[in-house]
Ligand binder design. Structure first.
Ligand code: ATP
Length: 428
């Protein structure tokens, strides 16, 4: 039973416009990919010939070639296959249109294209954003600096799940990694499910749009490069209202709709004339992820925040802090029945209310965000956050919390914002 099966290298010859698809399906499995001849790219990032790329559990990869290439896979146990049907030509055309708009904006000193990618779950929204950002970053002679905005708190691509974030893209992402991050702009939503607090979500989206527009006004290069916005897969009812709110707040010019005609038609109906709504096919390679896979993905994202990746290992600190030395708040009060609601209060006020939380066992395993605000006199809800810690132990008798933190010591005056999101740190 325990005999290691020797897996032989597999070689794949790809014709132009084909892609090789594979997944790493098992924990502890690693797959190594190499480009032998020709040219190839992974979600818009060019591969370097002869370099080994290593992929770990959960990776779902497509290696695309415009020109044709030869690839080698080592360690792949399950299925891997070549597809001749991909939507890459459509995606490249989108990039070309956006590029035309950027050139025009540059000449006329106007804001570049603000693009929103929408569609139901598992249609490749994040992947399309990545491809478009990589394509613009690859043309380094043009010096494009688009802003990537991720408004899906369920994944938290930019910071951690439970947040929305934005980051400026200067260079293509490394194949095995997410985009490198210099000073991301992050807001704490505190939950992964948007349905419980639309007021807070819309407030944060509006605030983020305001701050980004301001930064663009100050920097012509960023301004003409525009924005690419990733959204969440909730597109019906209130979810649709979130999308229209985002479009309004960010003053979106282009909406790329993946795979859903109904959503496309709704947006054509509801958006002002000048917004260009485009329907795009999804890739047959996009893998449908179940809830288990999604929650694994969330956990992996938080782990990566503290511990880094195999290529870029981080060493977080553990520190103890007295209950009395930490100020923790929660944004959004729990729902109370209408009859108990104070007369001068609206439901929407409650959803944005800053409430103090007493430290205790209820905080165990929870993620806390460190606000840039230092006093509750400030507009804490609409202030961005600097980073995160996780409560790894609660000692009631000594009234102490143990925190996992990227920094050695917690700052005394910090305001911490409690998240519903939890992380079990198996390393401590
Ligand atoms: P969500 O429902 O979370 O919003 P999404 O629509 O953003 O999902 P992605 O995250 O882009 O979807 O894609 C889902 C998964 O499919 C990812 O793991 C991605 O790497 C993989 N994937 C995307 N395109 C391909 C492809 N052409 N071949 C193989 N795998 C792919």
């Amino acid at each position: 039973e325990n005999v290691e099966v020797q897996i032989e290298d597999q070689e794949f010859q790809l014709e132009p416009d084909n892609e090789l698809r594979f997944e790493v399906e098992n924990k502890n499995e690693t797959v190594v990919l190499e480009l032998k001849t020709g040219l190839a790219e992974i979600f818009g990032t060019e591969m370097v010939k002869g370099k080994s790329y290593t992929f770990y559990y959960g990776a779902k990869i497509a290696v695309f070639t415009w020109q044709g290439c030869m690839l080698k896979l080592r360690g792949k146990k399950g299925i891997s296959y070549i597809s001749k049907e991909t939507p890459m030509m459509f995606y490249l055309n989108c990039h070309a249109s956006l590029e035309q708009l950027r050139v025009k904006s540059e000449k006329e000193n106007l804001r570049g294209p603000v693009t929103m990618v929408v569609g139901p779950t598992d249609v490749g929204k994040s992947t399309l954003c990545r491809i478009l950002l990589n394509y613009s970053a690859r043309m380094n002679s043009l010096g494009r600096r688009p802003i990537y905005v991720d408004l899906d708190p369920g994944q938290g691509h930019i910071a951690v799940p439970g947040t929305i974030g934005a980051v400026m893209i200067e260079r293509p992402a490394e194949v095995e990694e997410s985009f490198s991050q210099v000073a991301p702009l992050v807001y704490q939503f505190g939950r992964t499910n948007m349905s419980n607090n639309s007021t807070l979500y819309n407030t944060l989206v509006s605030r983020m749009a305001e701050v980004i527009h301001q930064r663009m006004d100050e920097n012509p290069r960023i301004n003409s490069s525009g924005i690419i916005i990733n959204t969440c897969g909730w597109v019906k009812g209130k979810g649709y209202q979130h999308l229209t709110h985002i479009a309004l707040a960010f003053e979106v010019d282009v909406i790329l709709v993946l795979d859903q005609e109904r959503l496309y038609n709704e947006l054509v109906r509801d958006m002002p004339e000048f917004v260009k709504v485009v329907l795009l096919p999804k890739s047959g390679g996009v893998v449908v992820r179940n809830n288990k896979f999604r929650s694994d993905g969330r956990e992996a994202r938080i782990r990566e925040y503290f511990y880094g990746t195999p290529k870029n290992v981080l060493h977080p600190h553990t520190c103890e802090i007295r209950y009395t030395d930490i100020k923790v708040y929660r944004i959004g009060a729990p729902h109370i029945p209408n009859t108990l609601m104070p007369l001068d209060m609206q439901k929407t006020d409650l959803e944005k209310k800053l409430e103090p939380v007493t430290p205790g066992p209820n905080m165990l395993h929870h993620v806390l965000a460190l606000s840039f605000a230092t006093s509750i006199e400030e507009d804490v809800v609409r202030t961005s956050v600097a980073g995160f810690v996780c409560v790894t132990n609660v000692d009631q008798s000594r009234q102490m919390l143990t925190l996992l933190s990227p920094q050695p010591k917690p700052l005394p005056e910090t305001i911490y914002l409690l998240s519903e999101v939890q992380f079990m740190d198996s390393n401590s």
